[in-house]
Ligand binder design. Structure first.
Ligand code: B1M
Length: 212
């Protein structure tokens, strides 16, 4: 791995906010592509944080400070990741489902969608079914996008699809889902219109859903 990316990876593992920021700047100064910095330096580090958590080497506080370091680096990359496409592709309401507080992946998906010209209304984390319904009624989006990082909270996606159907709104919006435990098979089982594995594929999925 490139030396600067390795330092960035280590800074995120250590939860070192200043180190994460300065290493993102150094990587940009070394002309590294923002997507490479994100994927190889930052997302790779969060994956390692998860492995250490599973191995009992890291605990929730470590995950939290690593997440903070990751977010501080992402703030620097944000404008660069958003300069990628032309304007206006459609409107999307996005949120992390009820019971789930993980927002790094959802934020990344939201910012790539904005970069691709979508108008994005971010409902935040721990979003109850009723809030998704209300947002569809008020915002009239083309797409509802749900993120979940826990196997337990994935079920809220199913409940949200069912509630949209019960409210007579299902045929008015497309639904896309994603997050580490979510699969294509799960997405079709719950009646979502699409699944994507990562933020860049979320953009192509959203474009195809709007065009359909
Ligand atoms: Co949590 N956590 N966590 N955690 N955490 C995981 C998810 C876990 C896999 C760690 C592990 O055991 N290896 C595990 C889940 C196990 C499971 O259910 N299978 C876990 C656990 C158990 C927990 C707690 C229960 C721990 C506890 O309290 N005992 C607790 C739950 C809290 C809650 O939500 N109610 C918890 C808490 C936390 C923190 C708050 C400390 C923190 C989150 C901080 C934050 O988000 N602001 C945290 C973190 C940081 C993680 C890990 C380490 C990293 C997640 C992350 O940000 N990844 C994570 C381990 C892992 O994922 N390997 C873990 C980087 C991010 C860019 O990737 O979010 O996957 P990701 O997003 C990707 C794709 O998934 C996709 O695109 C993104 C970019 O490519 N994507 C979409 C995401 N959403 C999408 C939506 C789309 C399309 C694509 O369309 C709509």
């Amino acid at each position: 791995m490139d030396e600067t990316l390795k330092s960035l990876f280590d800074a995120i593992l250590d939860g070192d906010v200043e180190g994460a920021k300065s290493n993102v700047q150094n990587a940009l100064g070394a002309q590294l592509n923002p997507i490479t910095i994100l994927n190889e330096g930052m997302i790779a580090a969060m994956r390692e944080v998860g492995s250490r958590f599973e191995a009992g080497e890291y605990f929730v506080p470590e995950m939290l400070i690593s997440a903070r370091a990751m977010q501080s680096g992402m703030a620097i990359l944000k404008p660069l990741l958003q300069q990628t496409d032309i304007k206006s592709s459609g409107k999307i309401v996005i949120g992390t489902v009820k019971g789930d507080l993980h927002d790094i992946g959802k934020n990344l998906v939201a910012l790539m969608l904005e970069g691709a010209g979508f108008e994005v209304k971010d409902l935040g984390v721990d979003v109850p079914v009723e809030k998704f319904i209300q947002a569809v009624q008020e915002e009239k989006p083309d797409i509802v996008a749900m993120s979940a990082l826990l196997t337990t909270t994935m079920q809220m996606m199913k409940q949200t699809v069912e509630a949209l159907t019960a409210a007579g709104l299902r045929d008015k919006v497309k639904i896309m889902v994603g997050g580490a435990p979510v699969t294509e098979a799960f997405a079709s089982e719950i009646g979502a219109d699409g699944f994507s594995q990562d933020a860049s594929r979320a953009v192509s999925l959203a474009k195809s859903l709007v065009a359909a």
